[in-house]
Ligand binder design. Structure first.
Ligand SMILES: [Zn+2]
Ligand SMILES: [Zn+2]
Ligand SMILES: [Zn+2]
Length: 130
């Protein structure tokens, strides 16, 4: 099994909601399937595509900084310096939620759906829906 090198993109498309059920859509561009009602929604955002094309990432092997030049994520890049290939994966937006017990703010990756969280500060378990 070969392990693929990955770098997470730092540019996320805007968060959008499903026109049918108003739930949060998975973040990305292209045809997205709503995880709640399974509607297919076409999402595009030219400004994000431009930013993706111009995004600079550091090669995970030799740390040389490259310009992606590709307007989609994930994107397979080859480093011109060490010739290793790596994948620029889509950015996962982060959100802050407050623990209902101690009000500590926790940062986490926003993925659609229900999440069970254990507060690291007070051990309270709670549920959030994104
Ligand atoms: Zn939906
Ligand atoms: Zn390299
Ligand atoms: Zn807490």
């Amino acid at each position: 099994m070969s392990e693929r090198l990955e770098v997470e993109s730092s540019i996320a498309p805007p968060g959008l909601t499903c026109p049918r059920c108003d739930g949060l859509l998975p973040t990305g561009l292209g045809e997205m399937a709503c995880t709640l009602c399974e509607a297919k929604v076409k999402v595009d955002h030219p400004a994000t595509r431009r930013a993706w094309r111009e995004e600079k990432v550091a090669c995970p092997s030799c740390h040389k900084v490259l310009v992606c030049g590709v307007d989609e994520r994930p994107a397979l890049l080859r480093c011109g310096s060490c010739e290793d290939e790596f994948v620029v994966t889509p950015a996962v937006p982060k959100v802050e939620v407050a623990c209902p017990s101690c009000e500590r703010r926790l940062r986490m990756r926003r993925r659609p759906g229900r999440r069970e969280i254990d507060c690291p500060a007070c051990d309270t378990a709670f549920v959030v829906n994104f």
